[in-house]
Write a protein that binds this ligand. Structure first.
Ligand code: NAP
Ligand code: GLV
Length: 308
């Protein structure tokens, strides 16, 4: 039996080393130089080329190398009987919580404007956005969303949350799927941490932005396909939104001629909000690999019917 690591543009040697540090007896192969495809029962993937996993006849499990699994679910050539799982480790949640807190503070304290002013040698002070006008609404209260909500609360931000099912928490108000409008009505800073599914594709559109409390700001750290890009431009130009921080895009890398680059109200990072640490991921991957070999339930298994 062997474990396959597969990604298009990522050096997977550090992950292989980390896996072997956990268990030196593992047989780990890195795509595309795979010696024996028949022996592969477990694959760890990040954006693998579609259909390539069809070539592994004994594949039982595919694990995402990150939290998102949309790249696995969109590959219809992965047999329905193959179980899907994902990597969620503490540092992934911590990084996301820090990224979002930082984005909120950058908006609040006009960081982007001061960076521009420094470039021009221009001294001008701007009022910070009062904390009372920075109620953060977190869409998606899963592993990432709950970590983000907790860190904001520790930093004394008011938080509301929205998810398919209402959460029984006493530190912030949680809204269920059919309470979206009430949630938006309470939110100034909208943070998208939803998985990309048929239901959430394109959810960040002009109609939704208009329902936010003013002043309104957007932070999208989930997937680019959640956002209708032209609606964001329109919302920024018409004052519906004050600005946006985007880590994810419909097309990545963001093309050099994309409209977003020249917009001062849009902060851009290249899909780095939270990156899987190979050392930390290795223990979880080995645990799931061993569980799959002995027929045990997997940790963080994906529910194919829900799409996340
Ligand atoms: P998760 O644990 O699966 O949580 C998903 C949350 O979204 C759950 O609270 C779920 O509700 C809610 N949800 C799903 N569909 C919904 C719908 N139609 N309406 C309302 N709520 C819905 O996911 P996660 O681990 O937190 O990760 C979320 C996403 O973050 C990933 O899918 C990935 O795309 C993104 N991400 C990005 C980065 C980055 O670097 N930019 C890093 C990590 C993750 P229930 O609780 O009721 O099920
Ligand atoms: C990153 O985007 C992840 O899904 O982990």
């Amino acid at each position: 039996m062997s474990l396959l690591l597969i990604a298009k543009n990522r050096d997977l040697e550090p992950l292989k080393e980390s896996l072997l540090a956990v268990d030196p007896n593992l047989d780990v192969e890195i795509w595309p130089r795979v010696e024996n495809k028949e022996r592969v029962t477990f694959a760890v993937s990040w954006n693998h080329p579609e259909k390539v996993l069809q070539n592994y006849p004994n594949l039982k499990v595919v694990s995402s190398l990150g939290a998102g699994v949309d790249h696995l679910l969109k590959d219809s050539s992965i047999d329905e009987k193959v179980a899907l799982t994902r990597v969620v480790v503490p540092s992934l949640k911590d990084q996301m919580a820090e990224y979002v807190l930082n984005a909120v503070q950058n908006y609040r304290f006009n960081t982007a404007r001061y960076v521009d002013q420094k470039r021009e040698g221009f001294w001008s002070a701007h009022d910070a956005v009062p904390k009372s006008e920075c109620v953060v609404g977190v869409m998606g209260l899963g592993e990432m969303g709950q970590a983000v909500a907790s860190s904001l609360i520790v930093n004394r931000y008011s938080v509301v949350g929205w998810s398919r099912t209402k959460k029984d928490v006493n530190t912030f108000e949680s809204f269920a799927a059919d309470e979206l409008d009430e949630f938006l009505d309470r939110t100034n800073i909208l943070v998208c941490l939803l998985p990309l599914t048929e239901e959430t594709d394109g959810i960040l559109d002009l109609e939704l932005f208009k329902k936010l409390k003013k002043p309104a700001y957007l932070i999208n750290v989930a997937r680019g396909q959640h956002l209708i890009e032209e609606d964001l431009i329109y919302a920024l130009d018409t004052g519906v939104l004050e600005g946006a921080t985007l880590d994810v895009f419909e097309e990545e890398p963001l093309p050099a001629n994309h409209l977003f680059w020249n917009r001062p109200k849009i902060m851009i990072t290249p899909h780095v909000a939270s990156i899987t640490d190979p050392k930390e991921a290795a223990s979880l991957i080995v645990e799931n690999y061993k569980r799959s070999l002995s027929g045990m339930d997997l940790l963080f298994e994906v529910d194919r019917t829900k799409g996340y």
